[in-house]
Design a protein around this ligand. Sequence first.
Ligand code: F6R
Length: 616
Amino acid sequence: MCGIVGYTGFQDAYQVVINGLRRLEYRGYDSAGVVLEQPHHFDVAKTKGKVDDLVAISKDFVGRAHVGMGHTRWATHGVPSDNNSHPHLSNNGKIALVHNGIIENYDVLKIMLTEKGFTFKSETDTEVLVNLIQYFMDTHPEMDFPTAVRSALNEVYGAYAITVLHDDFPGVLVVARLGSPLAIGLGNNEYFIASDASPFVEFTKEAVYLEEGHMATISLEKGVDIRNIKDNVKITPQIQELKLSLEQIEKGGYEHFMLKEIFEQPKSILDTLRGRLLVDEGIIKMAGIWDHLERINQAQKITIIACGTSWHAGLIGEYLIEEFARIPVEVEYASEFRYRNPIITEKDIVIAISQSGETADTMAAIKMAKEKGAFIYGICNVVDSSIARITDAGSYTHAGPEIGVASTKAFTAQLTILALIALKLGKHNGHLSNQEFMRLITELDTIPQKVEEVLEGTHQITKEIARKFVDAQNFLYLGRGYNFPAALEGALKLKEISYIHAEGYPAAEMKHGPIALIDENMPIVIIAPKQGHYDKIVSNVQEIKARKGKVIAVVNRGDTQVADMADYVIEFPETSECFSPIVASVPLQLLAYYIAVFRGANVDQPRNLAKSVTVE
Ligand code: F6R
């Protein structure tokens, strides 16, 4: 989604802003813009397209200013176009604003402002907000700039992170957030503003994450003044030390972030297990869950809410928790859950899974479940993200920053956490014998090594297979049991980065419909580990081959039965069925990656997609 960068200090604001926008490219966007503060006017450049397109039209901005801001836009109101790109200026040209989010009541405000004589150049909700600020200043001459911003914000509904400049208040940046994240980097005689800390991590390790409903007025003279938007109450900033390093957010020699992140999985899974899985002591130590074990174990049911890839992780979580802890689990799309009237009581536990911790639908679903009295457990990757902060307890997946839009290492880290939770609950409530618990945790401990092996063993072969299917128009992904959600995830990876239509199904469902699609042109990826329902999968493969479908079999090392029938074989090391999606997902990620690369697609920033979906 949209990215915001702002700067005031001694450096060249243009360079800081442009470099910062590049760091935020991963969020997904379709246009970009920059504004620099000049004596009595703004220098503005904005365009549909990428940051490179912006640089092409604004190169001569270098060295012009020490205060400025920039924006990458992911279109919501109005098509991607130069006019709709941010920044937007007020009618009098004195106020410049960049915005991430949606102003839901922009249409009524636009009518009101139009009646007052305001005109609009774009179709955006943002241009309404900037003119609303002007309107407050025009009609209340005594009002200063931050007060006008606050007054305008108190009139709008929706979600926003904004940064605003005013020509008559040089060197002052006003920022605010409700629903969309915003961080303030505290440098030495300089301040940075950004949607996350990545644009300023090389300049400072100290940041303030603006809280929901707060705004800040920032200037070199007066520092950072944080207020509550609603009633202007002053708030003491909570300064945080950034753990993020530059190395983590660079490609490190890989062609794409996605490939780097796929290869980081042995480490990210290990980091997620570190300090939690203590095999020698025979325990799982999870600070987040420890204090709440009783409550969770006595839960009437657990509802897992998430979106996209995180929802697929949730489905596997359901299998894990029901198998080992015998607590009923339901998995819901957060976007559906929030708009129906689900039966949730204070006896329920809700587990919210989100890589970014900012997904608007998941946030809203959590708030609803909280109102109904449920205990909310969060599984997030981004430390201190909004979801991490509003949940009652939780565990971080320590996957490190995930920059490729298509989630890979965050997914396998989510599966790792869910396995830990299920085993911990099962051990605690006695459904899992000590012997079985020890067998499973000993095996879980080997998963990083198995993922390492699968990367080494399948990298080349998946690349070769990918080459054969560059022109495919459809794909089916099939799996049973724990690997049915892995099939869904494999299909999602392929469609989001290669734009090939792909569907995942439980293998047995094939005969209830999708089998009609199978002919010699249909590639079918089938996940068939030895454990679970292997003999049933063998029959499914026979049914596919009888209809001449092209089978890409993802099987355990040394498999002969399915492998002999398949057109292409990808092998992965054997592991218990419950952990097999972690290992089997890796070659599926590689397959999607290479098909997309060979099709010339922009793997890290696929069209229309955003990394953190902060609008509904
Ligand atoms: C797919 C992908 C998305 C996200 C979804 C939820 O590769 O990344 O489907 O999983 O948008 O995002 P989070 O996990 O940040 O809530």
